[in-house]
Design a protein around this ligand. Sequence first.
Ligand SMILES: *[C@@H]1O[C@H](CO)[C@@H](O)[C@H](O)[C@H]1NC(C)=O
Ligand SMILES: *[C@@H]1O[C@H](CO)[C@@H](O)[C@H](O)[C@H]1NC(C)=O
Ligand SMILES: *[C@@H]1O[C@H](CO)[C@@H](O)[C@H](O)[C@H]1NC(C)=O
Ligand SMILES: *[C@@H]1O[C@H](CO)[C@@H](O)[C@H](O)[C@H]1NC(C)=O
Ligand SMILES: *[C@@H]1O[C@H](CO)[C@@H](O)[C@H](O)[C@H]1NC(C)=O
Ligand SMILES: *[C@@H]1O[C@H](CO)[C@@H](O)[C@H](O)[C@H]1NC(C)=O
Ligand SMILES: *[C@@H]1O[C@H](CO)[C@@H](O)[C@H](O)[C@H]1NC(C)=O
Length: 481
Amino acid sequence: MSPRSCCVYALGVVSLLVLISGIAMVLSDVFPRFLNAFVKREVVLRNGTDAFEAWKDPPPPVYMQFYFFNLTNPLEVLDGDRPAVIEIGPYTYREYRPMEEVNFLDNGTKVSAVNTKTYIFQPNMSRGPESDLIRTVNIPAMTVMERFKDHSIIANLISSYLKSNDEGLFATKTVGDLLWGYEDPLLKALKVFRPNLDDVFGLFYKANATNDGEYVFFTGEQNYQDFARVDTWNGGGTLQWWTSDQCNMINGTNGASFHPVISKNETLYMFSSDLCRSLYANYVEDVSVKGVPGYRFVPPSKVFANRTINPDNAGFCVPAGNCLGSGLLNISPCKQGAPIVMSSPHFYQSDEKYVLDVFGMRPNKEQHQTIIDINPLTGIVLQAAKKLQINVFVERISTFSQTGNVRTVVFPVAYLNESVVVDDASAKKLQDIVEKQNIVVNIPFMLIGLGILLGALFMALMCQQKGPESTAAERQPLLKS
Ligand SMILES: *[C@@H]1O[C@H](CO)[C@@H](O)[C@H](O)[C@H]1NC(C)=O
Ligand SMILES: *[C@@H]1O[C@H](CO)[C@@H](O)[C@H](O)[C@H]1NC(C)=O
Ligand SMILES: *[C@@H]1O[C@H](CO)[C@@H](O)[C@H](O)[C@H]1NC(C)=O
Ligand SMILES: *[C@@H]1O[C@H](CO)[C@@H](O)[C@H](O)[C@H]1NC(C)=O
Ligand SMILES: *[C@@H]1O[C@H](CO)[C@@H](O)[C@H](O)[C@H]1NC(C)=O
Ligand SMILES: *[C@@H]1O[C@H](CO)[C@@H](O)[C@H](O)[C@H]1NC(C)=O
Ligand SMILES: *[C@@H]1O[C@H](CO)[C@@H](O)[C@H](O)[C@H]1NC(C)=O
């Protein structure tokens, strides 16, 4: 064999080996597996990791926006008409939410922390000042009336007190007062009988510069799927407010962090102390945020569906058996008995009845749907918007003339949109990771391509070599001449 044909055969063998190894790498998924294993090891709550720093002090700015519903026809409502409301907002606050009092437990497999949230008003991102007036339900009065509706003597006393103070079912308060708290005269009067009663009321009273209790999280050191998963909250592994064990479960993370290597078919669980329950989200579509690919996860309507549609939700009927329609959650057990009902903004995905009961509700997917966009490799949240509406259950109470002839209605007070978009620096970092991921993932395909190329070269050389042999007679003279 000539040295030349030896080279050609060697080329053939090499091309075959390259091709086979390329195909083997594709089939065994070796590079994606390697990459996933690397990310799973790195994305852990351990002092010093990027994941820990981002979890402790989230770099992107979080904004909390409030929209209020201003009641336009209070007198007609007391006469039994539908309430007509006008949406007013946003009133925007920058939300700072670092993890504080961080302590590692159990050899670094768990970490305890409190999540202190501070809200700073952003006038340039708001419709008006915090002193804007909003007419809505007098929530402390409604709470007290519900509480004492079956005690006719106390009810009469309270009713005459309200009358003499010219307080009724509706009240006009500033945005700042409604959110962060105001001293309520009725509560102040009741304080005489119940000295430990708090006479300040606000939807977010005591929520500024405080935390919602101590969390213990898994760090993901033992299993990547446990990254930032809540183990206990305020010392307990379950909630107490609901009437089934399933509904009382604390599932998933706090909704701000997710484990790495997320697949489209998984269910992401999260616990929300605002909502007093756990919920989950499923994949709906691919998205791109600032050039970084992500999966969009959305809580399916089933999460808030009524008992008929989703029997798992039976435990959210409180008191047991008292079920509201789809899309509504009565959180009074977790709000000291205040008749507060949560829903999606404008009763999006709720029973049509609630939308029709209030003039001015216009549910719409783009504006009112909660979304979470996550980079699937790292689990980093690229963009999120949590949207919740705070409603008050209003009904006629015969012992209180203040309620007039009002019809039973779930009255919308305000809704919030707590949103975040990944910051440019983190987006840049993620883009680099995604670029590397693409190169690494494509190595096997490049090898296959190279194998095919070398194979083609080998074929060409073989033909050329064979060619002269078969036509030796014809070519010999040519070569000689
Ligand atoms: C992390 O390490 C730094 C410096 O080594 C130390 O000051 C800090 O207390 C550690 N944090 C925790 C939560 O252990
Ligand atoms: C929240 O608290 C911070 C500091 O304690 C303060 O600067 C800020 O104005 C407060 N925000 C509201 C809405 O009261
Ligand atoms: C609003 O004002 C803050 C400072 O108070 C500034 O940091 C921010 O960039 C401004 N935002 C807009 C949209 O102008
Ligand atoms: C809400 O309605 C009240 C009563 O009509 C009015 O005084 C107030 O200005 C309205 N608020 C806004 C922000 O328009
Ligand atoms: C918590 O997760 C379990 C499955 O692990 C599920 O059956 C249950 O319904 C969930 N609870 C809530 C409130 O989401
Ligand atoms: C999701 O799909 C992947 C394969 O695509 C499979 O390995 C995994 O077990 C599935 N996970 C769930 C929770 O169904
Ligand atoms: C639950 O919702 C469905 C659809 O909206 C409705 O047909 C059904 O009557 C509701 N069930 C209850 C118990 O409210």
